[in-house]
Ligand binder design. Structure first.
Ligand code: 16G
Length: 246
């Protein structure tokens, strides 16, 4: 059985944290199964409760485990691993994982582009764009908030759509717009109170924000999105190749 080495230079809380992480990764701790309490861990490994608490706190913060008040601490669902290789839609990503994608439309309106949106869409500031705000879900679990801005001929037509499905499919079918290339920037921050409520995360939960400009097959930018992803549910994976070595 895995143990803790008190002589090691690695802090004890970190050893305990890694030990639990390994059990989650190798499946000996299954999603939603109960994790021993602070007291149980301290007895099992003969460590202080403070040390056990620190390991549990960090595991919670990183999304490995979650606490249900009055019930205990449990293993969280595995994170969604999102490859940064291919240009995909949220719906495609979720379906590829056997999850049912959906969207709750929070707001859609024509509005003047602010400086950030204008730069993203390569248009003059104040140009009219269609803004679409949606909460994206996998099965019934909220995953991300998207605030997208569209600029293409006929964009106003989308005001009469429910937009509860794939917008990329709609653009392809109705407007012959094929999302072909995108540039994305990532940043991390804490969820704001409205985001906490919509994404159903606790106060102080981290989120990843992504700013993306998407180009059609003629190289025209038609979409600028600012998305807020739950950092406890997402992991982004990039394949890197050293230039000139292929
Ligand atoms: C992805 C895209 C978003 C796009 C959406 C369309 C990010 C970072 N990426 O989430 O730009 O609008 O897919 O998905 O937000 P849909 O076709 O399922 O509506």
């Amino acid at each position: 059985m895995a143990t803790i080495d008190k002589e090691s230079a690695v802090p004890i809380y970190l050893q305990l944290k890694r030990l639990i992480e390994r059990q989650v990764i190798n499946g000996s701790l299954q999603p939603h199964s109960r994790i021993p309490s602070e007291r149980e861990l301290s007895e099992q490994f003969d460590i202080s409760r403070m040390t056990a608490r620190r390991a549990l706190l960090e595991l919670t913060r990183e999304g490995w485990i979650y606490t249900s008040v009055g019930k205990g601490t449990f293993v969280a669902e595995p994170k969604i691993s999102q490859s940064l290789q291919a240009l995909t839609s949220f719906s495609e990503d979720m379906r590829a994982r056997g999850l049912r994608p959906s969207a709750a439309l929070l707001r859609h309106a024509m509005q003047p582009a602010d400086d950030e949106v204008a730069a993203g869409l390569r248009i003059p500031a104040e140009t009219a764009v269609l803004c679409v705000e949606r909460l994206r879900m996998a099965d019934v679990e909220p995953m991300a908030l998207e605030r997208a801005h569209y600029h293409f001929p006929g964009m106003e037509e989308l005001l009469s759509s429910s937009l509860d499905g794939s917008i990329y499919e709609l653009l392809r079918e109705r407007f012959r717009i094929i999302p072909t290339e995108a540039i994305q920037e990532f940043e991390a921050r804490l969820a704001t109170p409205p985001e906490q409520e919509l994404l159903r995360v606790s106060a102080g939960a981290p989120v990843l924000t992504i700013a993306r400009t998407t180009f059609d097959s003629a190289g025209r930018p038609f979409e600028f999105v600012r998305s807020v992803y739950r950092a406890d549910r997402y992991r982004f994976v990039a394949r890197l190749i050293r230039e000139g070595e292929r």
